[in-house]
Structures are given as C-alpha cells and as structure tokens.
Design a protein around this ligand. Structure first.
Ligand SMILES: NC(=O)c1ccc[n+]([C@@H]2O[C@H](COP(=O)([O-])OP(=O)(O)OC[C@H]3O[C@@H](n4cnc5c(N)ncnc54)[C@H](OP(=O)(O)O)[C@@H]3O)[C@@H](O)[C@H]2O)c1
Length: 224
C-alpha cells in the first residue's frame, strides 16, 4: 500500500518507520524537504537526515506531494499548523481516508498545555470542515507514539483505542488497519466526528496520568 505520513516529528517518524518495516511504500511529508534535511537534531533526538539514512525506503516529500502519493494519508502535524497544512494539500487528499492523529495543544502559556479548541468543537471537525471530501477518521491521539505502533508495550495490548468519523466504512477500514498493521485488538468505534471532542480533551487526563504513573507508555482500557 502507498501511505503518506504528514509530519516529521516523533509521531510521523515512528509510524513511517513501522509501516516501511511492514513493506509499505511510505512518503513522509514536510514543509520544505531541503530545510528539514539540514535542520539540527531536536533536544535528545536524531536529525531527520540521520533518521532518513536509517530508514532508506522512506521518501521525504513536500506535504502536498506526499498527500498525492498516498492511497491513505495520516496526519501527524502540530495542532496549530494542521488545518492550514491539510487545506493546502486538499487536492492531493481528495476523498481518501485521512487519519487524524493531531491534538490541539496550545503551549503559549507554558506547561501544561491547554486546548485551543474544545467542548463544542474539535480540531478534527475543523479539519473536516476545511476538507469536506476527505474521509476523516480520528484515532491514535490518546497514546504515546511508541504505543501507537506497538500496543503490546502495555499489558500485552490489553487496552482500548478509539476511532471516530462521519463515514462508517472509513471507520471500519481504519479499525482494520490498526488491527492488522499495528496489532491493536480492542478498537472501539465511537461514531461520528463529534466524539473527537472527548478524544482530544482526554489529553488533560493523559497528561495527569503521565505525571502520576511516571512514564508515557500506558493505555486506557474501557471495561463494563
Ligand atoms: N508525540 C506523541 O507521542 C504524540 C502522541 C499523541 C498525539 N500526538 C500529536 O501528534 C501530532 C504530531 O506530534 P509530534 O510530536 O510528532 O510532532 P510536532 O512537533 O507536534 O509536529 C511536527 C510536524 O508539524 C509540522 N509543523 C509544525 N509547525 C507547523 C506550522 N506552523 N505549519 C505547518 N506545519 C507545521 C512540522 O513540519 P516540518 O516537517 O516542516 O517541520 C512537522 O512535520 C501533534 O498534533 C501531537 O499533539 C503526539
């Protein structure tokens, strides 16, 4: 499968590496490939140039070129840049499935971040309004990047991943993708995209749990 991962941060790199290892054709999207290749390493991290050398089958492209390349597009963008970036890539995304992993985090007042949209709206809904044809499915935003692609890091995978979106067939396709590609076993369909309000607001809880547990490698299990 041809997959476009828009975003060169921890999430984009982690997902791209995993999907390339599984044998997919993977494009990693960025604003300016040359500038991104030349950028110094983030604190405690690896330069993108070194990461690309370690993952030689992943192609670095501009966001719009990557979106055109992919049969499915996964958005791993900073929340603040997501609507503008995806809007600019809309013609390449068209009516494809768009997996939205973003969180609307606002760090302008320091830590912990607040949400720049919440309660009666969500970043996922704002993205869907900007790309009305895209079959948007929100998922994976409630776990750390390493857990996204390897849920077995936590209790052998015994924890819950949510999906929501306005297209039931797209939700089912993404749930299947999560199971077959990443090994998720407990995928819960929350229905239409208004569920993204709760999934994004869960970040407040997630941050407190991180503090209480002392590691970002954890999951949430829904039981009844
Ligand atoms: N880190 C995690 O474990 C985790 C877990 C769950 C959800 N998330 C969410 O996943 C998303 C990605 O997180 P991340 O930590 O991997 O990376 P990030 O630093 O939040 O975002 C990196 C990407 O955003 C792009 N970007 C930054 N500012 C932009 C702007 N103003 N306009 C357009 N693009 C912009 C960058 O483009 P360039 O490539 O051009 O620099 C880069 O590709 C975020 O929304 C985050 O909240 C993260």
């Amino acid at each position: 499968m041809k997959l476009a991962i828009l975003g060169t941060g921890m999430v984009g790199r982690t997902i791209a590496a995993r999907l390339a290892t599984l044998g997919h054709e993977v494009a990693l999207g960025t604003r300016d490939p040359n500038a991104s290749r030349a950028r110094p390493a983030p604190a405690g991290g690896q330069t993108l140039a070194d990461w690309l050398a370690a993952n030689p089958t992943v192609a670095l492209m501009r966001f719009d070129d990557a979106a055109r390349f992919g049969d499915m597009v996964l958005a791993a963008l900073s929340g603040g840049g997501a609507v503008e970036t995806l809007g600019a890539a809309a013609s390449g995304i068209g009516a494809k499935i768009l997996v939205d992993i973003t969180n609307p985090l606002d760090f302008s007042r320091g830590m912990p971040p607040s949400l720049f949209v919440s309660n009666t709206d969500s970043l996922a809904e704002a993205i869907q309004r900007a790309l009305p044809d895209a079959r948007l499915v929100k998922t994976l935003n409630t776990v750390n990047a390493n857990v996204m692609v390897e849920p077995g890091l936590v209790k052998g995978g015994e924890h819950t991943m949510f999906v929501c979106g306005n297209d039931p067939a797209a939700r089912a396709e993404v749930a299947d993708f999560l199971r077959t590609q990443f090994g998720w076993t407990d995928v819960m369909d929350l229905g239409d995209l208004t569920a993204a309000r709760g999934m994004e607001a869960a970040l407040h809880l997630w941050l407190k749990l991180w503090g209480a547990i002392g590691t970002p490698v954890f999951g949430i299990k829904v039981v009844r």
